[in-house]
Design a protein around this ligand. Sequence first.
Ligand code: ADP
Ligand code: XUL
Length: 509
Amino acid sequence: MTYLGLDSSTQSLSAVIIRVEAGRAEVVWQHAIGFDETFPEFGTVHGVLPSDDPRVKVSVPAMWAGALDRMLAEVAHSGVDLRGLRALSGSAQQHGSVYVRADGRLARAVSPIWMDSSTREACADITAALGGDAALASRTGSRAFERFTGPQIRKFHQTEPAAYAGTHRIHMVSSFLASQLIDGEAPLDPGDASGMNLMDLATRDWWPDAVAATAPGLAARLPPIVPPDTVIGVLAPRWQARHGLPPARVVVWTGDNPSSLIGTGLIDEGRVAVSLGTSDTVFGLMRAPRVDAGGTGHVFGAPTGDYMGITVFRNGSLARERVRDTYGLDWPGFSAMLRATPPGNHGRLLFPWFEPEITPDVPVPGLRRVNLDPGDGPGHVRGVVEAQMMAMANHSAWMGVDVRVIHATGGASANREILQVLADVFNADVYRFEAGNSACLGAALRAWHADAAASGHPVSWPDVVRDLATPDVRSVVRPGAAGTGVYPALRRRYAREECTVRHYNDATL
Ligand code: ADP
Ligand code: XUL
């Protein structure tokens, strides 16, 4: 039996096929399609359309759908025997919204994505209507965040009322792409729906007060929310005919972070994963929702039916790339500078907010430097990585996990020197995974789990994650002396300085 997992992230669409025989799973094929290079006609840079306003970040649903079509052709030509393809599922970048008219065309050719921070007024309106940050967070898992779909919908309704009136269905990226596969209207799962400021965490259904506070007539425009293992249809006849694929079950899609929870094997409490992708995220499973009183983190639904805590950083890989490129380096050169500079960076601190930051809330982008000369390349290389790791450690403390082990994933987890700083700052063992894209792998594993349940032969989550989503013990990166030496005090200093410098409005890039 084979299962297909897909992941439509900010910069690329990835796919993985796994084969399951006698309960053992192996990866038999993987592929990725980069948006910028494969679809230059859309003009995206790192998957995003250029904009004069740094707060506005949109991308193109037609490009995502085109990549899906291209990927299914690649799957068909993968050389894998697909007659045994039982089911497929997927994940996508979270929070983005796609506005579809009754005739199936888009009411808006572009979609705001998770990097957008242009909805401050909408957030304020929704927060006021629902009784404040704490009330909204305890009900939906998060205070109002600018990238969340509800505030985005409110802005769309206010700025383009005619287009909103002509919108029949508002999809997230996950349900938009799943709809393509079944040639119908796909529902959402609780994992992605909890990234909207519209779902009631307790009922895993829409919270009517939030829906009413967001935009008129919204209830009729939202997809239903279904349990995470739901089979939502089969691969539509047009895909079967076009690519010679079987009528495999399509399992509801989810967000990339909930999917990564499965792809990194986090089916119990007590461990966290750090994803170093376009965004950097820290997340872990929670049996019962514990909301962040400080208003930084989120609680989402998990694919297991539990919950997950997560904190998200916008200036992740692209910030590391900006520093790398500014000092004329490649990744080996970047790594060499990390090795050549000491933990603590001789007291030099960098706050790497090239773009408006989500955590902490930094609306005015720009680098803030302490004791750091702009021409100091090594200081910036260590500065960016230490800053990111200290921010992740400080701002994930609310999850209440005593972090001893970290499961690392995402593109930058290939970089051992970056993982060494991660291990040192958290004073924890860091493990990597063999499969590169944990969201994509998670989608294939979720397809297996849901298909087995639907076939009347359920497989447990421990069995599903055992072979492929268990960290490779040979990959461990252990903390050095800095874990108990330099970093505990430096993390406190970083937190203090962060409170001050994030309010500066004259920062330089
Ligand atoms: P996404 O979140 O969009 O799925 P990925 O997890 O694929 O992104 O990560 C892509 C990023 O990985 C690139 O933008 C790049 O900065 C980073 N990356 C790839 N290789 C390395 C490396 N050797 N060292 C550090 N970063 C890397
Ligand atoms: C999660 C978030 C990002 C995107 C990236 O809240 O905003 O991690 O999901 O794809």
